[in-house]
Ligand binder design. Structure first.
Ligand code: 4AD
Ligand code: MG
Length: 477
């Protein structure tokens, strides 16, 4: 008999039809009530075994974690919180589970513990919910751009240029590391390496993305990105996914508009399409909050935070205005910030970003026109000779969720910047040529997919919103 997914079973009107479900046992109470989950929804279906209707040796093997198939009549459920249940006629064990050794017991486990068993944490309610939402967000991203006529570009993962300067890179090589060829100066020579030059894993698809924006108009990339920084924080991964739209004929204001529309669209999509999972995560987050000291609790619950973002315009603010606010802020005057804000030109730390968003404006903030010195070489230079047309979107609980800019489309200005910063002009020849042959004003940004996931799910550690996190000292699984 054909199996029906639990999500579909729960939507059926019971008319005594025979159905079959397959899934993993969450609990088995009183050798009678099986709670079964198949991952199609956070909800379980209850399968009820009538007394003495099934062989003892089968019932003994129905333990938490076991994989089973149940066949039976779909009937209205007298139990609270579910409309239907299965009156079991046939039971089959698909995969036994040694209950003594199974690390997932029917109780709450810490996220730290679950990270050590990333191959099994997928079976928990929390990770089921998070990963279904992750899927929904990926799908909605493609839908958003497709509706607007953007072309999805696959930019390379192995790259020969370290032009972005976004962070330390992971080397890609087939050289014998025990005995690498060396040049006259004793440096490792990549002439005989696979690509005949030094190559790395990409830190961003932007530069390649720009080449196609200046041909197809509006494009986006959505792919894995690698940064070898040693940042052991709750917001950094060594391997993460980034969405990078790049648009010809957009100035910085158009860029801000698109970033706002995208984020609001995604949050709205989650609210309409991921209700059950979000309700579960909302309760989960509320429990976490309740265990914190009063003054550290956030004012809004998860669902309220999501709702809030869809309903409020983001605050736009120049870097210079932000510095003024921060310099005069209480935590700065009382020396509560770890990094005190004194002079114009300092890079903002996440404590500053979060102050602006969570305390001062109490809504998402788009900061723009940063000092050139703290931003990448490709950002469009302003007339003041000091700032560039950069923008960062800052979110509550997260800080920077998006970084982007209008790009420098003027050849001479870009070349001058490349030279000032001593960037390898020979690697950037093609990027510079875009400005020689039919250059156009253009803009783009990068949205960190896992940072978005943190916001949408209310999870607090980025290692818990990607199936198998990569971070310093960890590449297990
Ligand atoms: O601000 P970033 O470094 O910008 C760029 O890479 C540009 N090339 C983007 C562009 O304009 N096309 O990174 C963009 C976003 C950040 O705002 C953050 O959300 C995320 O990527 N991000 C990370 N997410 C997880 N772990 C890390 N180590 C991250 N580094 C950046
Ligand atoms: Mg950034």
């Amino acid at each position: 008999m054909q199996r029906t997914k639990v999500i579909d079973l729960l939507r059926l009107t019971p008319t005594g039809q025979t159905v079959k479900a397959m899934g993993w046992v969450r609990t088995f109470r009183n050798t009678q009530f099986i709670s079964l989950n198949d991952g199609s929804t956070i909800l379980n279906i209850q399968a009820v075994v009538e007394l003495n209707s099934q062989p003892e040796e089968i019932l003994r093997r129905i333990t938490t974690g076991a994989c089973i198939a149940v066949e039976g009549e779909l009937i209205p459920s007298p139990a609270k919180g579910q409309t239907v249940e299965i009156k079991v006629k046939g039971l089959e064990i698909l995969g036994d589970c040694d209950a003594e050794k199974y690390p997932l017991q029917p109780k709450k486990h810490s996220l730290e513990f679950l990270r050590e068993i990333a191959h099994l944490r997928s079976r928990t309610n929390t990770f089921g919910a998070v990963m279904r939402i992750r899927h929904a967000m990926a799908f909605a991203i493609h839908q958003f751009f497709n509706e607007r006529g953007f072309v999805y570009m696959h930019t390379p993962i192995i790259t020969g240029s370290d032009a972005e300067g976004a962070g330390a890179m992971f080397r890609v090589t087939t050289l014998d590391l025990n005995n690498p060829p060396r040049d006259e100066q004793g440096h490792i020579s990549h002439k005989d390496d696979f690509f005949g030059k030094e190559t790395n894993l990409t830190v961003s698809g932007q530069l390649e993305g720009e080449t196609y924006a200046l041909a197809l108009g509006e494009i986006y990339t959505f792919g894995p990105t690698f940064r070898a920084e040693n940042s052991n924080t709750t917001r950094h991964l060594a391997e993460f996914w980034m969405i990078e739209p790049e648009m010809a004929f957009y100035d910085l204001n158009d860029n801000m508009r698109l970033a706002t529309d995208l984020l609001q669209y995604l949050v709205r999509y989650a609210l309409t399409h991921c209700k059950d999972d979000l309700e579960f995560l909302d309760k989960r987050a509320a429990e976490e909050e309740a265990s914190k000291p009063q003054d550290q609790r956030s004012e809004l619950g998860l669902l309220q935070r999501l709702q809030f973002v869809t309903e409020n315009e983001f605050q736009r603010l120049s870097y210079t205005e932000a510095i003024d606010i921060l310099r005069n802020s209480n935590p700065n005057k009382k020396k509560k910030f770890q990094y005190l804000v004194e002079e114009w030109g300092v890079d903002l730390q996440s404590e500053h970003e979060r102050y602006l968003v969570e305390k001062h404006f109490k809504k998402p903030v788009i900061l723009y026109d940063y000092p050139a010195a703290i931003k990448a070489f490709y950002m469009r230079q302003n007339e003041d000779g000091k700032t560039v047309r950069a923008m960062d979107v800052l979110f509550p609980g997260i800080g920077e969720i998006i970084g982007g800019s209008q790009r420098e489309e003027r050849y001479d200005k870009l070349l001058k910047r490349v030279q000032e910063l001593n960037l390898p002009e020979k690697d950037l020849w093609w990027y510079l040529e875009l400005r020689k042959f039919g250059s156009a004003p253009h803009s783009g940004f990068g949205l960190g997919f896992e940072r978005l996931m943190l916001f949408v799910t209310g999870m607090t550690n980025i290692r818990d919103v990607i199936p198998f996190p990569r971070f310093p000292g960890n590449a297990e699984f």
